[in-house]
Design a protein around this ligand. Structure first.
Ligand code: SAH
Length: 218
């Protein structure tokens, strides 16, 4: 990927340190770790925050939203890609597009939905600049999924509803996996749901803190 701001080299050490932290927190998949090391997170935040881009924290991206913490991006990605790269992936709550860029490197095609128009537009131009061509961005309401492109091998949701939206379950392929934070602020858990021949298997992974998944568009 290109590095228009040219600070990639100087942040090499910060990136390696981030990967060491991710390993320490239990991320084991080497392919995922390598994608975390090489994805230029500093290009997804405001220039004023670029020097903090490789810290393992969420950072503001405007509109009251945040770029997800690298550990959470890595953990969700690892849970979805346990069995290798995937053909069709749906992302709900694309925000600044950092998670989209990570998914794009591990997938055939990524379909990303964002409800805030300004973020969706910014995301399109940023992915274009980075020459990431396998992500389609839709300004819309992720509660509905993207039925025209279903079924999906994986669905990643980066904002928390109070319960799992039914359309997302219906848009999972057989054997497909959905990773989603569920619950109100202060009591959310990250859940991994797998579609099987007889229904759905649901596992709770860990306690998390995401912004809420909101109805409608803005
Ligand atoms: N992974 C993103 C996280 C962004 S925060 C990143 O690293 O930047 C979660 C995003 O979900 C916000 O941008 C918010 O606008 C979006 N969101 C909330 N409710 C949504 C909905 N119903 N449909 C689509 N996006 C939604």
């Amino acid at each position: 990927m290109t590095d228009p701001r040219g600070i990639g080299l100087t942040s090499q050490r910060a990136r390696n340190r981030l990967v060491d932290q991710l390993r320490g927190m239990g991320i084991r998949n080497e392919v995922v770790l390598e994608v975390m090391r090489t994805t230029p997170r500093h290009l997804f935040v405001d220039e004023a925050l670029a020097s903090r881009a490789y810290e393992n924290t969420a950072l503001p991206i405007g509109f009251g939203q945040t770029i997800s913490q690298p550990y959470i991006v890595a953990a969700m990605t690892e849970a979805l890609y346990a069995s290798g790269s995937l053909e069709r992936v749906l992302e709900v709550g694309a925000g600044c597009g950092y998670q989209s860029a990570v998914l794009a490197q591990l997938s055939g095609r990524v379909f990303s939905i964002e409800r805030i128009a300004a973020l969706a537009n910014k995301l399109r131009s940023r992915l274009h600049e980075l020459r990431i061509n396998n992500v389609r961005v839709r300004h819309g309401d992720g509660f509905l999924g993207w039925p025209e492109h279903a079924p999906f091998d994986a669905i990643l949701v980066a904002a928390a509803p109070v319960g799992i939206p039914e359309p997302l379950l219906q848009q999972l392929a057989l054997g497909g996996r959905l990773i989603i934070p569920v619950g109100r602020a202060g009591s959310q858990e990250l859940r991994l749901v797998t579609r099987t021949a007889s229904g759905f298997e649901d596992t709770v992974l860990e306690r998390v803190s995401f912004v809420p998944l909101l109805d409608g568009v803005s």
